[in-house]
Ligand binder design. Structure first.
Ligand SMILES: Cc1ncc(COP(=O)(O)O)c(C=O)c1O
Length: 493
């Protein structure tokens, strides 16, 4: 087979002689013995960050890529370090297990209270009128989220879509949207209108004004500024992003969200507090509506889908507002009672929701492992190693260069179940202003509930690690990522 085809770049992958990846070393220190290895050249594919496009102009080359020039001695050393970290993390993992158990109890109770049975799994067609399963799912989600009502629907494409639907359902021309916890996630810029295509109907284009409160130098909400930030009668939405997004700042605690709600409502009780809950679900035993948020929004290919939901999103909150969100998602008059759910999707949604506390826990453990290891490698990580003040689904690692981000993501991708032959590249992606790189070799396209790492290519060059069905997959992925990273660092020096 010719190596000169466009769109294909041979990528060398090291296997042991029997074609297996070398096993991790046992915990006890032992002399490192180099396993006999051979290098095989496999035909990989290069992919830009735009998930819909494939790079087509790769230089034909048979040379081994940077991620493969590993010596077996070095690889085993990384593996040993990983298992040392895992051993030290045993008490941290126990804390995660307690959180998981509390949330499994909460979810199971909601299922029991709503008498969920196989008759809820039938699905529906067309309008989906009278779909018992969809209605029960909405109610179960509302209970879990501490809300009066919820829409947990396959028709939401993503978290951004759920958040946008909530904002558009509340805001009207002349209203103000106030972002309380700094600059919202990148994809919100086009929704709000601070960036994007004229004529696409951003909130600002519809006559909504926008203001944001910057974070303090520690990345916290500026409580003093918040006390006077609301303009009564003008500020209609106060928007809080719980998780860090692509910012080097801590995840907000539920207590912080509750405090913000109180400060906002004290200035004007009519302000609608919306919380971008992406990556927040099940990282605490309480959710934003438990502490007074009016609406909370998220994606089902993040935490609450339990890594198996094939798509979708949710909005939970006040019943009157959920009606308006349904009118926005579908159309006024169609509303909350419609929305067909095909085939076995409802069974997967219920099952994913039941699994979600556990898969979130696995992701938290994987994140703690990444934090511990990369801290030992000399990188700044957020949250810092150990039991964090606030559990975060995302672990941010400041890598300080584009090349290191690329190397890290390539190391991760190589150890993913799907598309391990793909070489991630920084590239333009719909919704993002900067180039972005993604390592997301996942069963469900774009599912960051599954093990993934990504980040925008901008200073200070941070890669965000999240998801994972089992933390031991992170042990494998980190072996690949740190090996690649060390090679990139060595090139810097
Ligand atoms: C905090 C936060 N909000 C919103 C989003 C957007 O979610 P989605 O990619 O599902 O549109 C993300 C994505 O990572 C996020 O981290």
């Amino acid at each position: 087979m010719s190596l000169l085809r466009t769109g294909r770049c041979p990528t060398a992958i090291r296997h042991t002689v029997d074609g297996q990846i070398a096993p991790l070393a046992p915990l006890a220190a032992r002399p490192v013995v180099a396993a006999p290895t051979r290098t095989v050249i496999a035909h990989g594919e290069r992919r830009s960050a735009n998930r819909t496009k494939w790079a087509t102009a790769e230089p034909p080359s048979g040379a081994a890529g940077p991620a493969v020039a590993e010596s077996p001695v070095r690889e085993q050393t990384v593996a040993e370090q990983i298992w040392d970290c895992a051993q030290d993390l045993a008490p941290v993992f126990t804390e995660v297990d307690r959180l998981v158990a509390a949330n499994v109890r909460k979810v199971q109770k909601a299922f029991r209270d709503h008498r969920i049975g196989p008759h809820h799994f039938q699905g529906s067609t067309g309008y989906g009128h009278g779909d018992l399963g969809r209605e029960a799912l909405d109610s179960v989600m509302a209970q879990i989220m501490g809300a009066e009502a919820a829409l947990m629907r396959v028709q939401f494409v993503s978290g951004t879509h759920a958040i946008a639907s909530a904002l558009y359902s509340v805001l009207r021309p002349g209203d103000e949207m106030l972002a309380v916890a700094g600059h919202p996630y990148d994809t919100m810029e086009e929704v709000i209108g601070t960036r994007g295509t004229p004529g696409h109907g951003s909130l600002m284009e519809w006559g909504v004004s926008y203001r944001e409160l910057g974070l303090t130098s520690e990345g916290r909400i500026d409580w003093e500024a918040l006390k006077t930030a609301v303009v009564p009668g003008k500020t209609k939405v106060a928007h809080i992003q719980r998780s860090c997004g692509y910012a080097l700042r801590p995840t907000l605690s539920i207590d912080e969200i509750g405090k913000a709600v109180q400060i906002i409502k004290a200035q004007d009780p009519n302000v609608v507090v919306t919380v971008d809950n992406c990556y927040g679900e099940f990282t605490d035993t309480r959710e934003p509506c438990d502490v007074g948020a009016d609406l909370a929004m998220g994606s089902l290919i993040k935490n609450p889908g339990g890594t198996i939901a094939p798509g979708g999103g949710y909005v939970a909150g006040r019943a009157d507002l959920i009606g308006a969100v349904a009118a926005r998602l579908y159309a006024p008059g169609i509303g909350i009672d419609a929305g067909g759910v095909p085939g076995s999707t409802l069974r997967i949604f219920f099952q994913g929701l039941f699994l979600a506390p556990q898969t979130t826990g696995e992701a938290l453990k994987g994140g703690r492992l990444a934090a511990e290891l990369l801290h030992r490698e000399g990188f700044t990580v957020i949250p810092a190693p150990g039991v964090p003040d606030v559990w975060s689904m995302i672990t941010a690692v400041e890598l300080r260069s584009r090349e290191r981000m690329t190397a890290f993501c390539r190391g991760i991708q190589r150890t993913c179940p799907i598309g391990s032959y793909i070489t991630p590249e920084p590239g333009v992606t719909a919704g993002y202003g900067d180039e972005v790189i993604f390592a997301d070799g996942t069963f469900i396209d774009g599912s960051t509930a599954e093990l993934s790492a990504d980040g925008p290519i901008r200073a200070p060059y941070v890669v965000y690690c999240q998801g994972g069905t089992h933390w031991t997959h992170w042990a494998l992925a980190l072996e690949g990522a740190v090996t690649s990273l060390r090679e990139a660092v060595a090139k810097d020096n």
